[in-house]
Design a binder for this molecule. Structure first.
Ligand SMILES: [Zn+2]
Length: 176
């Protein structure tokens, strides 16, 4: 059974937001176009408190219940089965969808019968990478949908290095 994991397609990560990923909004139509192919759709959201050590590294973004933390308005969340909030604590970054306080995502996915996890969203070398690596570690066959992710490339080459790291860990690369 296949699950789609949509990572952090939120206003603050799209152009015009507080921590924009270049072309971040361009993943939205791609993701909307593939939703029907999955048995289960999970969307994560960065959902930070107002103060967190995470903001020592990054501009303030995705503070819970603010417009910047809302999903991109064009993302079709009517087909999302579960929304997972991450980064909710104030002591760590919370990059991975599998690091949430509210549920054990790996156990929950297994309970639903999921054995394949497809990861898309933002940003490639942070939350997408962390989530894909955790999915592999938890024993799921894991794919990254390469045309449905975008990265920041703070240091040029970061995205390429992240792709290599994921491949080495056993993540498979596919196109939508
Ligand atoms: Zn964050």
């Amino acid at each position: 059974m296949k699950a789609l994991l949509i990572i952090d397609v939120q206003n603050d990560f799209c152009p015009g937001g507080a921590l924009p990923v270049p072309e971040g909004d361009q993943v939205v139509p791609v993701i909307n176009g593939i939703l029907d192919r999955f048995d289960l759709v999970v969307a994560t959201r960065d959902w930070h408190p107002e103060q967190t050590v995470h903001f020592e590294k990054w501009p303030v973004h995705c503070v819970r219940n603010t417009p910047g933390a809302a999903f991109h308005p064009d993302l079709d969340i009517s087909k999302v089965d579960k929304i997972v909030s991450k980064g909710t604590g104030n002591k760590d970054d919370g990059y991975s969808a599998f690091e949430t306080e509210e549920l054990d995502l790996a156990a929950w996915l297994r309970e639903q019968g999921v054995d394949e996890v497809y990861v898309c969203g933002l940003a490639t070398e942070y939350c997408v990478k962390a989530s894909a690596l955790d999915a592999v570690r938890h024993g799921f066959r894991t794919f990254v949908i390469t045309d449905a992710v975008r990265g920041i490339d703070v240091h040029p080459g970061d995205i390429d290095r992240a792709m290599e790291e994921m491949k080495k860990a056993g993540v498979e690369m596919v196109k939508s």
